[in-house]
Ligand binder design. Structure first.
Ligand code: SF4
Ligand code: SF4
Length: 114
């Protein structure tokens, strides 16, 4: 009991332990893997990212009608492990430290070779 009393008295004079979110947002950690950035201009559609993705969040699909390859990315399937960004030979993928805004709809990003 005496231990608790001293804690209670101490807490009267210190600020709150929690952040007043959403008014004050925490800064992201410097090496956080929170978002995957894709630069289609650098992509050569080699398929390495699709082959090594553990959750198959990236898929390569053949568009036979238009004779091109489509790269499909499903951010809801992505676990942000960063393997694809590490292994992309053309630096078309990069991990970002800031998180995506919450979404209520599943967004699948498609980009195709020329
Ligand atoms: S993002 Fe990189 S690894 Fe993936 S298909 Fe494009 S060039 Fe290849
Ligand atoms: S970060 Fe990981 S889970 Fe997400 S697309 Fe890349 S390899 Fe797949």
């Amino acid at each position: 009991m005496p231990f608790m009393t001293s804690n209670v008295i101490k807490n009267f004079f210190t600020g709150p332990a929690t952040r007043p979110y959403p008014f004050v947002k925490r800064q992201p950690f410097p090496r956080a893997r929170a978002r995957l950035l894709y630069n289609p201009a650098r992509c050569r559609f080699c398929g390495i990212c699709a082959n090594i993705c553990p959750t198959q969040a990236i898929k390569m699909q053949e568009d036979r009608e238009n004779l091109r390859i489509e790269r499909v990315y499903d951010s809801f399937a992505c676990i942000y492990c960063g393997r694809c960004a590490e292994l992309c030979p053309n630096s078309a993928l990069r991990m970002q430290v800031d998180h995506l805004e919450p979404a209520d709809r599943k967004a699948v990003v498609r980009s195709g070779s020329k």
